[in-house]
Design a protein around this ligand. Sequence first.
Ligand SMILES: NC(=O)C1=CN([C@@H]2O[C@H](COP(=O)(O)OP(=O)(O)OC[C@H]3O[C@@H](n4cnc5c(N)ncnc54)[C@H](O)[C@@H]3O)[C@@H](O)[C@H]2O)C=CC1
Ligand SMILES: O=C(CO)COP(=O)(O)O
Length: 430
Amino acid sequence: MTSANDKNIEANIDDNQTESKAAEKQNSLLSGIIERATKSGLGRKKLNPSAVESAVAKNMAEIHNNPTKLRLVFLGGGSFGTAMANLAARNGCDTTLWVRNKRTVKAMAKTQTNKKYLPGYKLDDRLKYSHDLQAAVKDTDIIFIAVPGLAFRETLKNIAPFISGQSIVSLTKGMEKDTFALMSDIIKDELPEVNFGVMSGPNLAIEIMKNMPSATVIASDSEALRHAVQAALHSAFFRVFASDDVRGVELGGALKNIYAIAMGMAAAYEVGENTKAMILTRGLAEMSRFGVHSGANPLTFLGLSGVGDLYATCSSELSRNYRIGNMLGRGMTIDAAVKKLGQTAEGVNTIQQVHEKATKEGIYMPITHALHAVIYEDKAALGVALHLMEAGFRSDVEFVMEHDHSNASLTAQMQTASKAKHKKDDDDNQ
Ligand SMILES: NC(=O)C1=CN([C@@H]2O[C@H](COP(=O)(O)OP(=O)(O)OC[C@H]3O[C@@H](n4cnc5c(N)ncnc54)[C@H](O)[C@@H]3O)[C@@H](O)[C@H]2O)C=CC1
Ligand SMILES: O=C(CO)COP(=O)(O)O
């Protein structure tokens, strides 16, 4: 990988001498952003634009006006990889969808449909299909990855030998088992030289295939990459917004799956709208609390990748996480529900990861812990829900009015209130 990158750097130095003014401006803009970020102590941006950033930036002037110059590959032939690859192909980008199974690739190329995950939806004629990873990945500008979180590291290891300047964008909304790593962490681990971004938002794949207007967020430290992704995917049906809070955008997509499971379960119990609103809003409070603890900007959770995706997945049976919750609420075991779904539901693993991390690091995540107790500790849902409702007094929005972190005074208030109530009940009954 290093030698390929070195070659890229040399090629860029030569090319840069004949670079257009627009591209130079783009490069200096990038340096400015990187310098500001480094000074601000965020520590997540590099001192100098990498060879990869320069490569993307170099093409930006052209790409901005003509996205068809972009060469893209999407890894993962499930519903989301297919839906996104289809959008890019429809926009005229040179697009390949890589699927690991040779027979599936043949069938997709022949029928121009993804029979298993998106049956009945015709894919764009220009979309190419491949099961040859090397051929699919080499000579591309951006590699989009849409495999389940549990297969993300393995996928990066598989493409590592073929990286020569491409950027990577994660479309995956999961967390690695046992490491608490998000996909951007895994990219930094496995391919530290690579320019990357994450894309997340309320993007139920089937609605996108139906051309229902949707929007998403591309988050990256690289302005060039953000623009390239916007140019590649943006259309009258699909708006691509930008952010530089990679952690916040990625956490929004991963954490909302927990509350989609809770909401699916609540729907099975036929709860009212007030209850749904409470779960959604307190879920958002947990998401932003966990986010801040992990270095995200809490305001990011007000955007499409936070509130937006939380709303979409918590209110739709198209969400696989919601469906898992609903099956659990109807009395199925988690194993039976996962088997029946037969597709990816990232929340099943994310609940375990977040429960463990929050317990270890003292992050207050009552809904997550409650779900964990019901799903993995065999506790009765009704008892757990009652316990949740009786938890101590809390602030509504803790970024407006802080919680008492020790919770000691809240507990004392609870006890005093409870004693007073019992005394009044006793008095009334006399
Ligand atoms: N479907 C949706 O509406 C959306 C899904 N996402 C996210 O995209 C990611 C992928 O989800 P979907 O496409 O929906 O999943 P899916 O369940 O529809 O498909 C998963 C695909 O990954 C492939 N795969 C599994 N392990 C693999 C491996 N080791 N190597 C290569 N391929 C492998 C499977 O064969 C399958 O084609 C998830 O993290 C999900 O949260 C994000 C936005 C929307
Ligand atoms: O993330 C999604 C929509 O934005 C898809 O949600 P599910 O993975 O629950 O289907």
